[in-house]
Design a protein around this ligand. Sequence first.
Ligand SMILES: Cc1cc2nc3c(=O)[nH]c(=O)nc-3n(C[C@H](O)[C@H](O)[C@H](O)COP(=O)(O)OP(=O)(O)OC[C@H]3O[C@@H](n4cnc5c(N)ncnc54)[C@H](O)[C@@H]3O)c2cc1C
Length: 307
Amino acid sequence: MRIVVVGAGVIGLSCAALLAEAGHRVEVRTARSPLHTTSAVAAALWYPYRANPRERVTAWGASTYAAFVDLALTTPEAGVRQRRGTELLRAPGDRPWWADAVPDLQPIDDPPAGYVAGWCFTSPVIDMGHYLPWLQRRVERAGGMITVRRLRTLPDDADLVVNASGLAARELVDDTTVGPVRGQILVVEQVGLDRWWLDESGPTYVVPRADDIVVGGSDEQDSAVDVVNPQQAADILARAVVLVPALATARVLAHRVGLRPARPTVRLESVQRAAGPPVVHCYGHGGAGVTLSWGCAAEVLGLVGPC
Ligand SMILES: Cc1cc2nc3c(=O)[nH]c(=O)nc-3n(C[C@H](O)[C@H](O)[C@H](O)COP(=O)(O)OP(=O)(O)OC[C@H]3O[C@@H](n4cnc5c(N)ncnc54)[C@H](O)[C@@H]3O)c2cc1C
């Protein structure tokens, strides 16, 4: 089957990889190249954040977790590592609703000052600067191609379209329930950190990669401001230094902003349009597109079927 995938973020590329590997003829059309997408800004820690519905997110998250464990073990060039880390809570909280997706989640006994509880678990950290180019190569190795072209409507020159346009689904398919949640981060030099830290109340997070550390963050509902706010950057770094004092002397390498494609629930469904080829929609992953990517891509493949 000839399939056009709209979008080359983590969702579009993951779908394209599985579809091309299943033998479909796949073209990815994207307004911007993979390293200029929201996906490239992601921290990217496996963690279900701002994504619903819970049951489907837990299932997609669990299968994505397993896929990342496999990549961490077998494919170093993908840029995926398993790292232990700690989520800290300022108020008592129930076991996370997604805990079944993680093999080793345990409560901590001795939360630091200011916190009352926390969870320790191993989670994949994905270095998007390596991962997205690796995904692109995987699509191309399977015979898929990637064309940089901004579309005004969904294409009709294919047997089937996969809509993985993220926030742009708002315009492309008139879905006003998808909207931006702005996130700002810093990238700082590696100072020998190998554990991640997260305090969702900020949110404040520190995610070590091989060569640098992502420090976040912010969560601004309905803000589409895509420029860096220097005062906010200083505030984020100050919060992170409280969490991880070793960051106090770390050199800042970069500042980034991204707009999470938030939606009340992820849209993953097949739709037969009145005119034009059928569409499988896969967008609205909020703050968890990386976390859900392989699980969603596998479900898209299941909806598309064999070639
Ligand atoms: C600061 C920050 C930190 C984050 N941290 C994490 C994290 O730790 N873990 C995690 O799982 N997630 C994280 N996220 C969320 C994650 O980045 C998103 O959920 C994910 O990127 C969504 O992927 P996507 O492929 O749907 O969208 P995108 O990456 O936005 O891709 C959309 C694609 O559609 C294309 N497109 C748009 N309009 C058109 C058009 N008109 N024609 C053709 N193509 C078009 C774009 O060019 C792009 O290729 C974070 C996000 C931010 C902002």
